[in-house]
Design a protein around this ligand. Sequence first.
Ligand code: IMP
Ligand code: MG
Length: 182
Amino acid sequence: MNDFIQEILIDEQEIDGICSKIAADISRDYANSQKKLLLLCILKGSVVFMGELMKKITVPVEIDFMKVSSYGSGTSSAGKINILLDLHRGDLEDIDIVIVEDIIDSGRTLSHLTEYLKLKGAHSVRTCTLLDKPSRREVNFNADYVGKIIPDKFVIGFGLDYDEKYRALPFVGVLRPEYVKN
Ligand code: IMP
Ligand code: MG
């Protein structure tokens, strides 16, 4: 195993099962919708999860991307959300959005984005996350589709980074504390 990994929390096989389950749930829930389904990937951490999910969803989907900043460069949240790349569409009243997120920590990013997209006029907004750390919540928020609940540990891989590193790992692992800069 890589020396910067303390423990593998979710291996490739388990991740595949999680993606299949969420894709099946989304496919079922939107099978009879009259609106267009948009998977909205929150850059950059969700890009790997989104790629897996969209291949497994069996109803037609469109994709788009937003970029927000909540974390700076460390392992703690800045507590403030900035929109760095916005969603520009003229037909939001005809769109069901599912926001695709890598992990929910304080809950601020998804709670802010959900409200923002509803105010922008989306027909509906739901949220989907690969990982959830409910013990870290600072605002009352729950996602509609949750892959796996994890303990309060800083995780990397499958899109998740520490200081822009480790995103390409095919599993989710815990970063050894000695690799975290203070
Ligand atoms: P929230 O707004 O506090 O819920 O922050 C969610 C964002 O924080 C995620 O999209 C990640 O970018 C980042 N984040 C939270 N926990 C972790 C972690 O354990 N590893 C990597 N990024 C994390
Ligand atoms: Mg993120």
